[in-house]
Design a protein around this ligand. Structure first.
Ligand SMILES: Cc1cc2nc3c(=O)[nH]c(=O)nc-3n(C[C@H](O)[C@H](O)[C@H](O)COP(=O)(O)OP(=O)(O)OC[C@H]3O[C@@H](n4cnc5c(N)ncnc54)[C@H](O)[C@@H]3O)c2cc1C
Length: 482
C-alpha cells in the first residue's frame, strides 16, 4: 500500500461518501462472518482486521474504488451475500477493503419473450427466484444457500443448485454480465444466445472468487415453472456402491431428473433423519420436472431402472420431506445460534464437495471414509451424499463433524480434514477437489495438483487481469506464485 491507512480511508470517503465507508471495528471483525466461525464463537479472531468496508451503490463507484485501490496497491475483497466458505472472504493483510455490492440490489429487467432476467450483483437469489416464480418462470438455480446468497457471489463461485441435473450449474444459466476490472475498466458481455469467437468471456469472472474483477450485473436464463407437475421417488439401496451403479445407469441412459441424490446413513441421519436405514444402506431419490409428458417419461424410466438395480421403493414422503427442509440449515446461520452450539458441543460441522468419473467416485468414497479418520484424530463423524450428476461422473459432498480441542487450533484442524479429503480425491485421474464452493484460501494449496499443467494458465490469467495482485489475494493461485 502506497498511502497511509488514514489517507486511503479519506480518499475512499471522497469517492462514495462518508456514510458508506465503514470502519467500525465490530463490523470489520465480522466482515467475513461465516469463516473461522468456530474460533469466533470463543472470541478468537485470527485474521487481520480489514481497513474498511466500502458499500458501493453503482458500477461507476465500483470502478472508481477499484481504480483507486489498484493505483495505491490496496487489497480488495469483493463481497455480496457473505455466505461463501472455504476462507474465500478471509483477509490476508490489514490493508484490505471489502467492496460490498449489497446495495446494488434489484431486478433490472424480465424479458419474457427471450426468457431472460437481469439483476444487479447484490440481488438475493431468493428475490429473483420468487419474482420470476410469480410470473410462471424459474431460474433453475436453487443452491442450498438460496436464502443467503446474492447473484454476484453465486457467479463468482461458479455455484450449483439442487436441480442442476436438469438445468445445469450457473455456467449453463448465465447469458451475459457487466463487470469491472481492477484498473476500473467497465465491460459488458452482451446477452447473445451463443458466440464462437475465442474463449467464452463469461467464464473469466465466473468462478473467479473475487480474484480477477468485480461483477456488477448478471443476466440469467428463465425456464417455465411447473412445480405442480413434479415427480418424486425414493429408494433404499443395499449400499452406496449399488446406488452409484443405479445413478450411473439412469444418467448415462440420457434421463435428466432435476434432483438426483444418494445419501449414506451417517449423512442422512445427521441432516434429515427422515428414513430408517441399516448401517450399510443408502437412500437414493429423485425429483423430475419440466413439461408433464417429459416428467412422466423420466419418472417411469427412473423407477424401472432403480428397481432393476435392487432399489426398494419407499414412496414420496421422505423426498417431499427433503424438498421442504432442504434449506433449513441456513436458519442456523442467523443470529448467534451457531456460536451457542459451538460453545455447547465444542464440535463443528462442515462439508467438502468433490467430483470424479463414475469409475473413480466409488473408489474415492471408499478411500475417504476409510482413510481420512485415520489421518484426522479429531473427526467424530464422516459421511457423504451425491447431489449433482453428469453423463461422465458425479459429485460427493463429504459431511463431517470435528471435536475441537480448543478454538485457537480450530482452523488448522478444519483445514487438515479438508486437505486429507482432497488428497484422497487427487490420487485419482478424474478426481476434482473443488466441485462448487470455490477453492478459496482453504484449498488453494491444492491448486497445482488440481489443475496440473494447466495451473500455468491460471497464473497467467491472474497476472493479466490483476497485475498488481490487489483482488482477493490468496484465491485462485497461491500467493507466493502470483
Ligand atoms: C448453508 C450453506 C449452503 C450452501 N449451499 C450451496 C450450494 O448448494 N451450492 C453452491 O454452489 N454453494 C453453496 N454454498 C456456498 C455459497 O453460498 C456460495 O458460494 C455463494 O455463491 C456465495 O454467494 P454470496 O453472495 O454469499 O457471495 P460472497 O460470500 O459474498 O462471496 C463469495 C465469493 O465471491 C466473490 N464475490 C462476491 N461478490 C462478487 C462480485 N460482485 N464480483 C466478484 N466477486 C464477487 C467473493 O470475493 C468471494 O470470493 C452454501 C453456503 C452455505 C453457508
Amino acid at each position: 500500500m502506497k498511502v497511509s491507512k488514514e489517507t486511503a480511508i479519506a480518499e475512499l470517503k471522497k469517492i462514495v461518501g462518508e456514510d458508506r465507508v465503514i470502519t467500525d471495528p465490530e463490523v470489520l471483525k465480522n466482515a467475513d462472518v461465516l469463516n473461522r466461525s468456530y474460533a469466533k464463537a470463543f472470541g478468537v479472531y485470527a485474521t487481520p482486521p480489514a481497513l474498511c468496508v466500502v458499500n458501493a451503490k453503482d458500477t461507476e463507484e465500483v470502478s472508481k474504488v477499484l481504480s483507486y485501490c489498484n493505483d495505491q496497491l490496496i487489497s480488495v475483497i469483493p463481497r455480496t451475500g457473505a455466505s461463501g466458505g472455504e476462507a474465500l472472504l478471509e483477509t490476508v493483510n490489514d490493508t484490505t477493503v471489502f467492496l460490498d455490492g449489497s446495495l446494488m440490489n434489484g431486478i433490472l429487467k424480465i424479458d419474457e419473450d427471450n426468457m431472460m432476467v437481469t439483476a444487479r450483483c447484490g440481488t438475493p437469489l431468493r428475490v429473483i427466484e420468487e419474482t420470476v416464480n410469480s410470473k410462471g418462470y424459474t431460474t433453475g438455480h436453487a443452491p442450498q444457500s438460496l436464502p443467503m446468497a446474492d447473484i454476484g457471489g453465486l457467479v463468482a463461485t461458479r455455484s450449483i443448485g439442487q436441480f442442476s441435473t436438469y438445468y445445469g450449474g450457473i455456467e449453463d444459466l448465465i447469458c451475459g454480465m457487466e463487470g469491472v476490472l481492477p484498473n476500473g475498466h467497465i465491460f459488458r458481455i452482451r446477452n447473445v444466445p451463443r458466440r464462437s469467437s475465442g474463449p467464452d468471456l463469461r467464464h473469466i469472472l465466473m468462478g473467479s472468487e473475487g480474484g480477477l474483477g468485480f461483477i456488477t450485473e448478471v443476466t440469467m436464463k428463465l425456464f417455465p415453472y411447473h412445480p405442480e407437475d413434479r415427480w418424486y421417488g425414493g429408494y433404499k439401496m443395499k449400499n452406496m456402491h449399488e446406488g452409484f451403479k443405479a445413478l450411473r445407469a439412469i444418467i448415462t441412459a440420457g434421463y435428466k431428473p432435476s434432483v438426483v441424490r444418494l445419501y449414506d446413513k451417517t449423512d442422512m441421519d445427521y441432516n434429515f433423519g427422515s428414513v430408517q436405514m441399516e448401517d450399510e444402506e443408502a437412500f437414493m431419490f429423485f425429483v423430475c420436472e419440466g413439461p408433464a409428458g417429459v416428467v412422466k417419461a423420466t419418472g417411469d424410466a427412473i423407477h424401472e431402472i432403480a428397481l432393476a438395480h435392487g432399489g426398494n421403493y419407499i414412496g414420496t414422503e421422505a423426498v417431499k420431506h427433503w424438498m421442504i427442509h432442504r434449506n433449513d440449515l441456513c436458519n442456523s446461520y442467523s443470529g448467534d445460534q451457531r456460536y451457542v452450539k459451538f460453545r455447547e458441543t465444542q464440535t463443528m460441522y462442515s462439508t467438502t464437495e468433490i467430483s470424479a468419473s463414475w469409475t473413480d467416485i466409488v473408489k474415492i468414497y471408499d478411500d475417504v471414509i476409510a482413510n481420512v479418520p485415520q489421518k484426522c484424530e479429531h473427526l467424530v463423524m464422516l459421511g457423504g451424499h451425491v447431489s449433482h450428476s453428469y453423463i461422465n461422473g458425479t459429485n460427493i459432498y463429504f459431511v463431517y463433524r470435528i471435536k475441537m480441542p480448543n478454538p485457537e487450533e480450530a482452523d488448522a484442524i478444519h483445514t487438515q480434514v479438508v486437505h486429507a479429503i482432497c488428497e484422497e480425491v487427487l490420487k485419482y485421474e478424474t478426481g476434482g477437489c473443488v466441485h462448487h464452493h470455490g477453492m478459496g484460501k482453504r484449498r488453494v494449496q491444492m491448486a497445482p495438483k488440481e489443475h496440473g499443467t494447466s495451473y500455468e494458465l491460471m497464473k497467467i490469467m491472474k497476472k493479466a487481469y490483476d497485475p498488481n495482485g490487489i483482488m482477493n489475494p490468496g484465491v485462485l493461485v497461491m500467493q507466493e506464485e502470483k
